[in-house]
Design a binder for this molecule. Structure first.
Ligand code: ZN
Length: 90
C-alpha cells in the first residue's frame, strides 16, 4: 500500500522564457517633446518646475502635476544652462 507520487516527466516545452530586453525601460517617459529618455528616479530622472522648463524648452514639454519630469540628460543640459550650482568663480 501507499501512494507513490508520480513524478511527471517535464515534457512541456518552456516557451515561456522571455528574451530579456537589452535596452533599459523605465516607467516614466521624459516630459520633453522628442526625447526618448526615461525620467524614472532609478534612472537618474528628475522633476523640475514648469517655469524652469519653459526657460529651457519653451512649450515643448509635458506638465504633470505642476512639475516637468525629465530624464537624466535633459536635466543635465537644463542645469548646465541654469548654473544653479554653488560654484564660486575666482
Ligand atoms: Zn529627456
Amino acid at each position: 500500500m501507499g501512494f507513490k507520487a508520480r513524478d511527471r516527466a517535464s515534457r512541456k516545452s518552456s516557451d515561456d522564457e522571455q528574451a530579456s530586453s537589452s535596452s533599459k525601460e523605465g516607467q516614466e517617459p521624459c516630459g520633453v517633446n522628442g526625447c526618448e529618455g526615461w525620467s524614472d528616479a532609478s534612472m537618474g530622472g528628475r522633476s523640475i518646475s514648469v517655469n524652469d522648463a519653459e526657460d529651457m524648452w519653451g512649450k515643448g514639454f509635458t506638465v504633470r502635476k505642476n512639475r516637468v519630469r525629465v530624464c537624466k540628460s535633459c536635466y543635465r543640459s537644463w542645469k548646465k544652462s541654469n548654473k544653479q550650482d554653488d560654484q564660486h568663480y575666482g
